[in-house]
Structures are given as C-alpha cells and as structure tokens.
Design a protein around this ligand. Structure first.
Ligand SMILES: NC(=O)c1ccc[n+]([C@@H]2O[C@H](COP(=O)([O-])OP(=O)(O)OC[C@H]3O[C@@H](n4cnc5c(N)ncnc54)[C@H](O)[C@@H]3O)[C@@H](O)[C@H]2O)c1
Length: 491
C-alpha cells in the first residue's frame, strides 16, 4: 500500500504485526483508520498517521535539524541525502580529518560527489563538528558508527555504546535517537537504551523516542541511491516508530515500518546472511565444477535464464568489506544466548575464508605450468578494494592473498587506481605505505603472474591480456577480451 502526497516521496506502509502500547497519549490528533487497519490487534493506539500523511510538511517542522554521528561510508551519503531534502544536518565524528574535509566541502569517499557536497556545505545546510554538546541544537540523532568484530570474532558494539554515552547528557524530552549501525537484535532496546537512559535520566519511549533503521547502502551500485532504497524502521513504541518514519519520510522515498527495533535489526542480518550463504554456495560449486572441467561462470549464466526461483550470485576470492564477512557473526554470538547454533553461517564463513588459499594454490599451479615456483616469483594483485569501483579496502581478501603469496616466498605488489597508497590500519600494519604500481607495459610484463582479485571497470583488461605473462582470474574479467590460449587461469 502506498500512501503520501509526494512531498516526502510517499510512505509505504507494509503490513506489520502488533507493537507495544503507547506510554503516553499524544495530544490532539484524530485516530487514524489507516493505522488501525495496519495494526489490527492494537486498537489502543492513538497515532494519527493520517494527519502526518496529509500535512507532513507542517509536522516536519519539529524535525528540521538533525545530527548524524559517524560520517563514514554510511553517514556521509545519508547526511547529504537529508541536506539535499532541506533538512539542516550537523555531522558529528571523532575523526578531525573528516570533519575538516567536510566543512571545506571536500569529499573523502570516491562515490560521494564533491560538487553535491559543496552545494550543501557552503549554504551551511550541512556542517560537521566533533563537539557532542551541539546535540542540544538538534531534534533527532542518527547513529552510523562502526560495528566490527573483536579479536575473538565477537561483536564489538563499543562504538555504539560510546556514542550513546556521548549523546546522553544532551538528550532532552521529545528528541529522537535512531541507530543505523548493523548489529544483533536487542542492541537498540537493551544496550543503547540502557546507556541513553543512564546518562540522561530520561526514559526511552516516554521522554525521548528510540528507533532502529538499518542502512542498505551498496557503494558504487547505481541501484543504491540513498533516497530511493526502501528504508526499514522499527520503533521502541508505536510513537517512536511514527516519529522515526516522519523523519525518514523527509529524505527517503519509501519508508517501511516493522513492529519493533528487533525485527528491523534481524531483517538487516537476514539480508547479509543471505548474501554470505549464497556466495559460499557458488564458491563451493566453483571448486566442484572445476574438478569436473565445468566452468562455474557459464553455469551461472545458464541458470539465470530461469525467470523465477533463481538469483545469481558469483564466486570470488573471498569476502570483503565492512558487512558480509562480519555481520552474520553478530547473530551467531547472540544465538548462543538462546542456546541456538547458526550452522549455515559458520559453514558459509568456513568456505568463504578458504577462498584466498585456493587462489594462491591456483597461482602456484599456473606458475608451475611455466616451470616457475611461487617462491621467488613476482606476483601482482590487481584490485585491492573489496569490490569493483570503490576505494574501500577494509577486510579485502586481496590482503589475505598478498599475505599468503608473501609467506610462500613471492615478491608481491598491487595495482588499484582507487587505492594509490595503503593507509595505516590496525588490521594490516605491514602493508601501510605500500603504493600501487603504475599501469604500463614494462611494469605489467615484469610480473611472472597477475592475480585479478577485484575487477574495477576502469582497468584495461585487453592491455592486461596483451602485456601479462600469466593471469589468474577470480572474477571472470578476462572473459570479455581476446587473450592468448593458456594465459588465463580461472580461480
Ligand atoms: N559501508 C557499507 O556499505 C555499509 C552498508 C550497510 C551498513 N553498514 C553499517 O553501517 C555502520 C557504519 O559503517 P561505515 O561503513 O559507515 O563505517 P565507517 O568506518 O566508514 O564510518 C564510521 C565513522 O564513525 C566514526 N566514529 C567512530 N566512533 C565514533 C564515535 N564514538 N563518535 C562519532 N563518530 C565515530 C568514524 O570516525 C567513521 O568516520 C556499520 O555498522 C556497518 O556495518 C555499512
């Protein structure tokens, strides 16, 4: 069902189950027939979504200034989307370099256009700061901070809790807090709620509003436009849900309510677990079919001609990025509390993490065919970013491949037009300062083997076919070019 008057792009109210009763009766507005149709079991709710839908511009004046905490791959595009929709945005981050860049209209993320950013920064619709006391100025706070795994591969929600503690002293009655970071069910209504309540002396759902809305960003994917991707929202109470929907309705075309924060948290994990498991499946089939002399890429192309019941996933050198290799294990950890195991997740993790070793083994075979060994060979890895056309190399399997090649005695270098130099990180200190090689015939021809780990579209694969001695292709990138027989090894 689609409702709305177009000024906020329309709100999609999908069917949702029962929520919790209101802590307080809202003043004034008429009871909505639509809302009762959507919440059939909750006749006590007194939220007028109808009045929002018909006059949201007027009601939106209560949420005209927001803060977005964490100005990374999720927070920056979201800040821009709200600012472009006419909302005053204060970006908060602990990284002084990001704050400075943003205030000078400089984009530090490749796919966030500087021109668009500058258009919002110079009229000061979008500003950045490290001063959390400025939370006092805003009506709503959206949290987009990292949710990594710790060294024991358990959820590390310390960034969320730290943010909650920083916000709490400045929370005031009527403000809305929304968590967007990917996490296990219960984080918003247990962990974040606890720190916000303890630090503010206020009660969530009564004094301030609390909600969860997962980000569905897919950087560099043209289908992933922040304002166009439907946004799930779950609130602590129906009133919290309504407030959060009203906020997102200002900048996002389709807002989909669910009955609780936990459902929204669980839905995000399902989306990412679905990807992890299906990628593992094709990675496993790649090995099985390869030993039968069957090309997995051709098999997938054939299978995807089926117009129903099949969705194509592609094999690769392993999982990368901030989401798919990490998020499923948030559920694994939480499931233990309920004495449940998550065998699909564990198995997918096992198969996907074995892929870099397979790639290195294949590189060894390829060199062996030319009477060379990995030990002493010069090997170039093409593509350090974890996926095509982005500059994000976090958790990239390319690092693991480079490490394994080095352990076997190869001299390793990389080429990535989007990562000219490797920054210092906790995860890969040994590579910090390494520079991408230049792309020219003498350089590329000087390597004994080239491993394509990520297939950026800007790379000239025909030149690689012409210049490279031996190519190990994990992405089927060479399928589209003319190449001498025996030069390409699929892995
Ligand atoms: N990157 C994606 O494609 C993507 C997609 C969907 C969901 N997510 C989820 O969104 C969340 C954020 O991911 P990201 O990729 O934007 O991370 P990121 O590392 O790019 O950005 C996080 C930002 O938060 C800042 N930060 C850290 N601690 C802070 C604190 N206490 N106060 C203020 N700022 C702080 C960091 O300096 C950084 O700028 C994660 O939970 C991630 O799983 C990411």
């Amino acid at each position: 069902m689609r409702l709305g008057n177009g000024s906020c792009g329309g709100i999609l109210l999908s069917e949702i189950g029962s929520g919790r009763p209101l802590a307080r009766k809202p003043r004034g507005p008429k009871r909505s027939r639509i809302f009762h149709a959507l919440f059939p079991k909750t006749i006590k709710y007194e939220i007028s979504l109808e009045s929002y839908i018909t006059s949201n511009n007027q009601m939106d004046k209560t949420q005209n200034k927001i803060a977005i905490v964490g100005l990374g791959y999720v927070g920056l595009p979201l800040s821009l989307q709200f600012a472009c929709s006419g909302v005053q945005v204060l970006g908060l981050d602990i990284d002084p370099e990001k704050v400075e860049a943003l205030n000078n209209g400089r984009s530090y993320i490749k796919h966030v256009p500087e021109r668009l950013l500058a258009e919002q920064v110079y009229p000061r619709r979008l500003t950045a700061s490290m001063d959390f006391a400025r939370i006092q100025e805003v009506d709503a706070v959206i949290i987009c901070v990292p949710t990594p795994l710790n060294k024991n591969r358990e959820p590390d929600i310390s960034f969320i809790l730290q943010t909650g503690r920083a916000i709490a002293p400045y929370l005031r009655p009527g403000k809305l807090v929304v968590l967007e970071s990917t996490t296990y069910p219960g984080t918003t209504d247990e962990d974040l709620r606890a720190v916000l309540e303890a630090g503010s002396g206020l009660k969530a759902g009564e004094d301030f509003y609390l909600a969860y809305s997962p980000e569905r960003e897919d950087p560099a994917n043209p289908a992933s436009k922040v304002g166009e991707v439907p946004k799930l929202v779950g609130g602590l109470t129906p009133r919290c849900l309504e407030r959060a929907m009203r906020l997102y309705g200002r900048a996002i075309k389709t807002v989909v309510p669910v009955s609780s924060c936990r459902v929204a948290e669980a839905a995000k994990l399902l989306e990412n677990i679905f990807r992890s498991v299906n990628i593992a499946l094709v990675n496993e089939l790649k090995l099985v079919y390869d030993s039968m002399g069957i090309d997995i890429w051709e098999v997938i192309d054939a299978a995807k001609t089926k117009p129903f019941g099949f969705m194509a996933f592609y094999p690769g050198p392993g999982l990368g990025g901030h989401c798919i290799p990490i998020d499923p294990f948030y559920l694994t950890w939480k499931a233990r509390e309920f004495e449940r195991s998550t065998r699909f997740i564990e198995l997918a993790g096992e198969i996907n993490t074995a892929m870099p070793s397979h790639v290195v083994e294949r590189t060894g075979e390829a060199l062996n065919a030319s009477r060379k060994s990995l030990n002493g060979s010069r090997v170039l890895v093409v593509g350090l970013a974890y996926k095509p056309n982005v500059d994000d190399e976090r958790q990239s399997p390319s690092y693991r491949i480079m490490e394994l090649l080095k352990q076997r005695g190869a001299a390793v270098a990389y080429y990535d037009p989007y990562v000219p130099v490797i920054r210092r990180t906790r995860d890969h200190p040994e590579w910090s300062g390494a520079k991408s090689v230049v792309w020219d015939r003498p350089t590329i021809a000087g390597f004994d083997a080239v491993v394509i780990a990520t297939a950026h579209t800007s790379v000239n694969y025909q030149e690689l076919a012409d210049w490279g001695q031996c190519i190990v292709d994990t992405r089927n990138a060479m399928a589209r070019v003319q190449v001498a027989r025996g030069k390409v090894w699929k892995a």
